[in-house]
Ligand binder design. Structure first.
Ligand SMILES: C[S@@+](CC[C@H](N)C(=O)[O-])C[C@H]1O[C@@H](n2cnc3c(N)ncnc32)[C@H](O)[C@@H]1O
Length: 510
């Protein structure tokens, strides 16, 4: 289907909410690169980070807050987004981040070198010349041990999405001058009608079951997202192998997907693993392309390094013990999900209950206390590392190169530094509908509100719960649920707020 070029800058017209993404954060990239044998710069200290197509800066602003020794640079073409982002940064008082209204095409060596270059949700929506330039930047502006991240819509999985896009573009074919908002609404109405009609026929609705489910999912998505995803002039999904070839031509190597399921064949059934091994003959690009065909992959989040790092890379899927032992892990699994490893389930259950980060050394401490011999502990270590790898691949255990210690609230002993107070004040401001809040892992945090701002302001010095309640004395606190709104006692809310701040690592001991 021929796509008319949209002349207006559609990001000025229908702004794109700027959320943080944990999977594109340097913390994640550093850990993933380390897993594959690379030695990237620390993601928490003295690193320079560049984001291309940063929108309002929502993916880097909170990181600049948590990691003051790093320096963050965001670039985006859209003036309105950059200006709003800059105002937020000023309001928060952050000095280690700058946003530039700039075309990616204008970036050259003089823009400086970076340890991490990130670009999320941009590559598939830009012309080929800009795609090429983006990849060149990942070479020219990346330090030798640097890591880049590019995400993109992937084939064959995105073929279904292309059908939805074709429908939406078709129904808007004769309304070129209308706003993207109106076109999105019209597109959604058309999708709804098509779904209704498909459902009238049992054979069609049976055959198209998954496609209808996808269409229904699109209908539920917010308009800003649907408009840019399905109605932009360019949305150009590609096969992973084509992407890897583009990298190769520019002297870069595809290391892995951040979703390790797309890069590790060993997680699949033996038959699948053996077949993939036969087909790929040890070539990791062919291996991953086969995985994409099997899984019908729709989206990739590629980790990239320079060719000079080739010798360090380990694509064997067996990880050295030293690498396992370096990481700090955070459990993301549920109790049901640990049943496949009964030999270490007592320990994994305990770790789940504690919800703290841990290192492999917990195994030794745990089983020593239980009176196991050194040999038995070695056996447990093996089982535990196997448990970790499977769960890291499945996303059920997060892994990082740095530790994040939580400080609990203690009366008269802890306080919240001013930078977090300013941040919270700015991010929950009613005028901010564009930037999502996040935690130290760059995970989106919803539910921060004006009451939290009152509490946090009262925490600028160590204090007591009694004093904090005093700050909430005349404040009516309501909780809104599907059943209606009801008032919450200040004591109850205070406990929740303190827990929130603890989980956000806001407390510091005096
Ligand atoms: C789909 S949005 C993604 C924004 C953000 N990275 C995210 O995932 O939420 C794409 C962004 O790329 C920016 N962009 C597109 N072409 C660009 C170019 N040539 N130079 C700089 N930014 C560009 C747009 O302005 C827009 O903010």
């Amino acid at each position: 289907m021929k796509i008319e070029n949209l002349e207006k800058n559609t990001y000025d017209e229908m702004v794109y909410k700027s959320n943080p993404f944990s999977y594109s954060s340097p913390l994640t990239l550093e850990a993933c690169g380390t897993l594959f044998g690379l030695e990237p710069a620390s993601s928490t200290k003295n690193s320079r980070i560049l984001e291309l197509g940063c929108s309002f800066g929502g993916n880097i602003i909170t990181q600049a807050l948590y990691y003051p020794d790093n320096y963050y640079v965001g670039v985006d073409l859209t003036e309105e987004q950059i200006n709003t982002g800059k105002k937020m940064i000023e309001k928060m008082g952050l000095k280690n981040i700058e946003l530039h209204q700039k075309d990616i095409m204008e970036i050259d060596e003089s823009f400086g070198k970076f340890d991490y270059i990130i670009t999320h949700g941009v590559f598939s929506w830009i012309p080929d010349a800009v795609k090429d330039k983006m990849i060149s930047i990942c070479d020219t502006n990346l330090n030798e041990n640097g890591l880049a991240y590019i995400s993109y819509n992937t084939l064959p999985g995105w073929k279904e999405g292309q059908k939805i896009r074709d429908m939406m573009l078709y129904v808007n074919k004769y309304f070129k001058d209308e706003s993207l908002q109106t076109k999105t609404e019209r597109g959604k109405v058309f999708l709804e009608i098509m779904i209704e009609q498909m459902k009238l026929y049992t054979d069609i609705s049976e055959k198209k079951k998954e496609f209808i489910a996808l269409m229904e999912k699109v209908l539920k998505m917010q308009n800003y997202y649907v408009g840019h995803e399905y109605l932009e002039a360019i949305n150009d999904p590609m096969y992973f192998s084509e992407f890897a070839e583009m990298l190769e031509k520019k002297g870069l190597i595809h290391v892995s997907d951040i979703n390790l399921r797309l890069s590790f064949a060993s997680i699949y059934k033996k038959e699948t693993k053996d077949r993939i091994e036969q087909l790929s003959g040890g070539n990791h690009i062919i291996k991953e392309q086969c995985i994409d065909f099997i899984l019908d992959t729709q989206f990739r989040k590629s980790l990239i390094c320079k060719k000079s790092q080739a010798e360090k890379l380990n694509f064997t899927e067996s990880i050295n013990n030293e690498i396992f032992d370096k990481f700090y892990y955070i459990p993301e699994y549920s109790e049901q999900e640990i049943n496949n490893f009964p030999e270490v389930s007592e320990l994994t259950k305990k770790l789940l209950e504690e919800r703290n980060s841990f290192q492999v050394s917990v195994v030794k401490d745990f089983y020593k206390e239980k009176g196991l011999s050194d040999e038995e502990i070695e056996e447990k270590l093996k089982k535990f590392r196997a448990f970790l790898l499977v769960n890291m691949i499945d996303g059920k255990v997060s892994y990082y190169c740095s530790n994040f210690e939580k400080v609990k609230f203690e009366e008269n002993k802890v306080y919240v530094p001013e930078k977090f107070i300013k941040y919270l004040d700015a991010i929950v401001d009613e005028s901010n509908t564009f930037i999502g809040a996040s935690n130290y892992r760059n995970q989106l945090i919803n539910g921060l509100n004006a009451i939290d701002v009152i509490v946090i302001k009262a925490l600028k010095e160590p204090t007591t719960k009694k004093n904090l309640l005093e700050a909430l004395k005349d404040v009516p606190i309501y909780r809104h649920t599907d059943e209606g709104s009801f008032e919450v006692p200040a004591e109850e809310y205070l406990e929740e707020a303190l827990k929130k701040f603890e989980n956000l690592n806001y407390f510091v001991k005096k």
